[in-house]
Design a binder for this molecule. Structure first.
Ligand code: PMP
Ligand code: GLN
Length: 398
């Protein structure tokens, strides 16, 4: 038998165009530029602190104690129980650890499982932009038809008019993010009630990405969409231990939904990742039971960092938008009287001034707001100060 010639004259077969045409995520692009230019990286959102020592130690001990084989597909029972107790205590939710809680490999996997299991190709999906970068590609891959609600600075307000224009009888679900990345907006009970009103009116589900639920400031209360009357059994709530404990590489997500939704969601999960490293699950189960003081001091520390960066930027003359939650705050170049090209600003900043930030236009599809630049403040004081010293060179541009 003779093998075919090594260099075949046939053209390469096309790959899936959905992925072939996708750009590389802005987080990866900016972090790569930060490495190349040895910049202070205030782009991609990750804290500089290593995370709570006791939780890290639990994970390390769990490896040595033998938690290294496949855990159950739905997640370790210890973690599901700890999660149900945690959200009962913090958000007043009553969740059945057996039928309504599942552990995933990060919130990203939870999002994929939720969207793949809820969307029937052709279903309309209401999304708010600026959108977290994974949303649109996942909705489109699932065959959903996006209906985009465009939010604008400084308030990023959701109005009845905007919802009325986006929802219809074809709406299958709304993908909601609160607290919101990249804006740092935290939506209040009234905003959630408005979203709920439209979900109920059109019999739509909600996928509520609440990964930043513990990162809220100024005593602003966090309210889960799941707790709004009428939403309990039509909401898929998504959480992330990576954000709760400030260890973004852990990729331990949690998803909460009524049993009929969870049954189908778990089928999507079983062939995405099936399970999540058991040692991390043991550690997260422990961490969720930590005293309130851990969570309140984590918030207080981040709030101090937010204020340090905000004050420094204001002193340099930048127009700082409010941030009520997340690791992020933004400046509005147009409001500060400067050029309104966030991408050009960020490229100049990283290459010539060695500070990486994220242009918020990357989170829009279609007509974007082009004047907003996002900075991550979950950093040590010295890092924030170094970035501010470098930003001082841009004083004339603001
Ligand atoms: N949703 C939002 C809004 C996020 O900001 C992030 C991460 N920054 C994720 C989902 C992904 O979370 P994970 O790393 O747990 O997959
Ligand atoms: N969520 C992080 C951010 O907003 C980044 C996540 C990622 O890099 N995929 O910066």
């Amino acid at each position: 038998m003779s093998l075919p010639p090594v260099s075949s004259p046939m053209p390469a077969r096309p790959l899936n165009p959905h992925y072939a045409q996708l750009p590389t995520t802005i987080f990866e692009v900016m972090s790569q530029l930060a490495r190349t230019h040895e910049a202070v990286n205030l782009g991609q959102g990750f804290p500089e602190d290593p995370g709570p020592q006791d939780v890290r130690r639990k994970a390390a001990e769990a490896v040595m104690d033998g938690w290294n084989q496949y855990p159950p597909m739905m997640g370790l029972s210890e973690l599901r129980q700890a999660a149900a107790a945690h959200y009962g205590r913090w958000q007043g939710l009553e969740l059945d650890p057996e039928g309504e809680v599942m552990v995933t490999s990060g919130a990203t996997e939870a999002l994929a499982a939720a969207l793949f299991s809820l969307i029937v190709p052709g279903d309309e999906v209401v999304l708010f932009q600026p959108l977290y970068d994974a949303y649109l590609p996942l909705v489109l891959r699932a065959g959903g038809v996006p209906r985009l609600v465009r939010l604008e600075p400084p308030g990023w307000r959701i109005t009845p008019e905007k919802l009325a224009a986006a929802f219809s009888d074809r709406t299958k679900l709304v993908l909601f993010n609160n607290p919101q990345n990249p804006t740092g907006a935290v939506y209040a009970w009234e905003d959630l009630a408005l979203v709920a009103e439209y979900c109920l009116k059109y019999n739509a589900y909600a996928v509520s990405d609440e990964v930043w639920e513990h990162v809220v400031f100024d005593d602003v209360p966090f309210v889960s969409l799941m707790s709004i009357p009428g939403m309990r059994d039509r909401t898929v709530k998504i959480s992330s231990a990576g954000k709760i404990f400030g260890m973004t590489g852990w990729k331990v997500g949690m998803v909460f939904a009524a049993p009929p939704l969870m049954k189908v969601l778990s089928k999507a999960h079983q062939f995405l990742t099936f399970t999540t490293p058991p040692n991390l699950q043991v550690a997260v189960a422990y961490g969720l039971g930590k005293d309130d003081s851990y969570f309140t001091s984590m918030r207080a520390g981040l709030q101090r960092s937010r204020d340090r960066l905000a004050q420094g930027l204001e002193e340099l003359g930048f127009f700082v938008l409010p941030s009520a939650g997340t690791y992020f705050l933004s400046i509005d170049l147009a409001a500060g009287g400067g050029p309104a090209d966030d991408e050009a600003f960020c490229l100049d900043l990283v290459k010539n001034h060695k500070v990486a930030a994220i242009p918020v236009s990357a989170f829009y599809a279609g007509e974007a707001v082009r004047s907003v630049v996002r900075f991550c403040f979950a950093k040590h004081d010295a890092t924030i100060d170094r970035a501010l010293e470098r930003l001082a060179a841009l004083r004339h541009l603001r």
